[in-house]
Design a protein around this ligand. Sequence first.
Ligand code: FBP
Length: 548
Amino acid sequence: MPHTRSTLCNARIGYQPKLPSSLKNGLTGVVVEKGEATESVADQEKIKALFPNTYGAPVVKFKSGAAEGVRPLTVGAVLSGGQAPGGHNVISGIYDGVKSASKESRVLGFLNGPGGLVDGKFMEIDDELMDKYRNSGGFDLIGSGRTKLEDESQFKACIEVANKNNLDAIVVIGGDDSNTNAAVLAEYFKTNNVACSVVGCPKTIDGDLKNKHIETPFGFDTAAKTYASLIGNIARDANSAKKYWHFVKLMGRSASHIGLEVALQTQPNVCLISEEVEAKQMTLGQVVAEIADVVEARAAEGKNFGVALIPEGLVEFIPEMKALIKELNDALVGCEAEVEAASKVDEKVAIISKHLSEDSAAVLMELPEGIQAQLLLDRDPHGNVQVSLIETEKLLIELVGKEVKKRPGFKGKFKALNHFFGYEGRCAHPSNFDSDYAYALGYSAAVLAQNKLTGYISSVSNLKSGVDNWEAGGVPTSMLMNIERRHGEDKPVIQKALVDLEGPAFKKFAEHRDEWAKTESYLYPGAIQYFGPPEVCDAITETLKLGA
Ligand code: FBP
């Protein structure tokens, strides 16, 4: 059957992503400059002991220059974890990068995530296939998955796959957990004298995989702009009909980067920032009261409508809920089967409560049944609570509704609608920024492979300064790591970069939120534009503009 595409898909295939000037001459025209040795972000001694062969490597920068020893490369690409706009561009960047070294170079796409790598299941990508997917959203070229690489048997299988296919490098395109996997695999390969490099690419709509060299993961730009467009439309509807409050939960797992970015793009009446809730040690009751204050104040002006943004991971940051979730994570390891076997939620709660502290058991008991059930759901393969399945927006509507009714001064109406924006943004056509950025990250991964660098994450920085001036290179993954508790055990993992409450993006939001609460200062960003004036099509996020 012929491959059918929308008009926009066809037009986007013809888009040529821009490259930083250091990469414009292909792999034959780029050299590596090494910087100072690095340290992990925390727990240095423990991380060093766990990564003796890859720890402390220098940050590297790419410069134009005549490269030596350029050879054909065979690179395996793995898409890992949640979808993010730009995944196909990373692959096309790798593809064009290795082909610039030699037409003999090959790219193998491992199928459906790290599981495909372990099982040796791949498809070879050729010109025809690659050209069908250039600048398109989604991960459907090769699929994605969340298989965690942690067993010796999986690592041994990866060695076999690397040797059998003469892989020069494996590129894991993923978020914090997937890049942790890549770092562990790189270390294992080095320990066992396997010549294949393992490098990562920073992907996640959550925006939480960054440090001073990785200014943002790819996908954040497009996802945030997609949600901002939808929320702008909702705000305009709210301001037209003037009868509903809209409570919108926004994806982003733990960090509130998406909520903050969308708030800066749309200026809603309420936006909760989980990191602030935690810093202020706010109880669930205080969070509810804060929203109810805005609802009440607006109602007093005859405004029974508004827009409230709620970050997906909020419940994990409310101290009593955080303590409960931490205890549940540990307790579920021991009694998961028993909890699963119980058919009713109150039975499940009774079983697990025996393994919780008195305080946490009491918090669990007080929650609505739906939320109790959602908190007891399976963790993902990395041990994370599946926050996208917890309906915090509905919980808050229920609790705010009860709270305003109790208030003698509240004379208005509270009719609220709930929304959850997450999956809607993860596979959007990548914006020009994400198309260029992801392509440059893929191209940089090819340079890392050519230079036999392993245990690195591809990086492209100086993103505020126009693509020509972007600085391509690589950052040792161990630099981003610390020790955290997962599945009841201490594990080395990449530390999530949460919203910095002292940073310029949060400060700008905090300065304006009281005014946005009272007024209808909504901004309507509209849909992402792919063709047109550069100030419209190539705009970067507020977070990047402010340098947060
Ligand atoms: P990654 O961390 O793998 O990039 O995934 C991000 C994310 O979209 C989160 O925002 C969300 O909580 C989660 O994935 C949802 O996971 P799933 O796709 O398995 O439902």
